[in-house]
Design a protein around this ligand. Structure first.
Ligand code: MLT
Length: 404
């Protein structure tokens, strides 16, 4: 008789955004006339920019001719894309990352969930609280998190690093020593950032205690302030302690098209074993690569036209963020984030719980956001709004919220 992986049975309900999707669908079915504005999941609304579309068209045409047709992509990704990433995201910032240290994938969500596979089961993870739920859930699936305590809503074998108003929504070095540290800056969900000096402290700490930092840089394109690092490899010593996850979803609108990259420096080792070799082995065995046409589309992100068009697209979303921040602050809400990230982190009014405010906002304003408690216990009493809707919908949503 077969048995299931019992670690899956420990998971709490459904994935946060599936849960929200179901609630919104039920509400929509019961209120067919409601004009619902979605500012929940961080999904983009603006179309792919012309430089990317042109590149996609060209690549599709190539697939229709025997001379230019492509079958399986190289295991680790096409050289043209890996080189574009190495040159533009790293070498242009004086970071020493080579093209062959970059692995192309179908997105940062998958990589952030899969990367834990190359680590021993008894490694202890440390996460920010609140946190992007994929990091924790995938470690639950792997049997690495111990048991769940209903009262504190925490896992016994996970180190939580509270990111609250008191810490400026940044984590402090944990008292207990972790093996794997998940960091995401600009942060999802709080929209906060840390300075290069602060990130350097994490790198020094990880090197000192022999931990690996899994650094999610998915929102890097939204950084507007100086002194906020665009990559962990700006820090000295990061090559021996950090893995970086990159996404094309938020900077270039690939949420549906799917493309991501993971950087594992060859200096990152456990004894003589390079993590790079383990991930290469995993990639080669379990993955057949992002499609050629999508990798060509990714290359266009780095063309002069692509860069200019995407700068405008990011500015469009950040104008929405400004509109949310200013509109809510003027209505008396307490808001943060939204300056270097497309997420606004607001306190729920009148001491409502995060889920009470979710229901209230959906019912009274037909606006969807994400309950802060869905990201961890320290998110209770908070609510996340994204700047990824259209400008018109964003303005309308804020008008409705101002009338609450
Ligand atoms: C989010 O809303 O947190 C993100 O869109 C989820 C994701 O990128 O997978």
């Amino acid at each position: 008789m077969f048995k299931v992986n019992e670690d899956y049975l420990k998971l709490r309900g459904s994935y946060l955004f599936s849960n929200i999707g179901k609630k919104v669908n039920t509400f929509a079915a019961e209120h067919p006339d409601a004009s619902i504005i979605k500012m929940g999941i961080g999904d983009v609304t603006q179309p792919l920019v012309p430089a990317i579309i042109n590149s996609l068209h060209d690549a599709v045409d190539e697939m229709g001719h025997i001379e230019t047709f492509r079958g399986y992509a190289p295991d680790l990704g096409y050289e043209f894309l890996r080189k574009a990433i190495a040159d533009n995201d790293y070498k242009a910032r004086d970071c020493q990352i080579e093209a062959d240290e970059i692995f192309i994938s179908d997105g940062a969500k998958c990589d952030s969930g899969n990367i834990q596979e190359i680590f021993a089961k008894d490694n202890k993870i440390a996460v920010c609280d609140p946190v992007y739920p994929v990091y924790v859930d995938t470690n639950v699936m792997a049997g690495r998190t111990g048991s769940f305590d209903e009262k504190s809503e925490t896992w016994s074998d996970v180190i939580y690093m509270p990111c609250t108003e008191a810490t400026n929504f940044a984590p402090e070095l944990p008292k207990e020593t972790p093996d794997l540290i998940y960091l995401c800056f600009p942060n999802n969900p709080t929209g906060s950032t840390i300075t290069k000096a602060q990130l350097q402290e994490w790198v020094d700490y990880a090197n000192k205690v022999g931990a690996v930092i899994i650094y999610d840089a998915a929102y890097e394109a939204y950084i507007s302030e100086k002194d906020v690092p665009h990559t962990i490899f700006e820090c000295e010593g990061a090559r021996t302690c950090a893995i970086e996850l990159r996404s094309f979803s938020k900077n270039a609108g690939f949420t549906g098209t799917r493309l991501g990259a993971t950087v594992i420096p060859k200096d990152l080792k456990s004894g003589d074993v390079m993590l790079h070799s383990l991930w290469a082995r995993r990639h080669g065995t379990k993955y057949n690569g992002a499609p050629y046409i999508i990798q060509r589309a990714g290359e266009a992100v780095y063309s002069p036209e692509g860069k200019a068009q995407l700068k405008d697209q990011v500015a469009y979303y950040m104008n929405n963020a400004k509109c949310i921040m200013e509109g809510l602050a003027s209505a008396g809400f307490s808001v943060s984030g939204g300056v270097n990230a497309p997420y606004i982190w607001m306190k729920t009014p009148d001491k409502m719980t995060s889920w009470q405010f979710f229901d209230y906002l959906l019912e009274k304003a037909n606006v969807v956001g994400t309950p802060g408690s869905g990201f961890g216990p320290s998110g209770e009493g908070y609510f996340r709004l994204t700047a990824f809707n259209t400008y018109e919908n964003t303005v309308e949503a804020i008008k409705r919220m101002q009338k609450l």
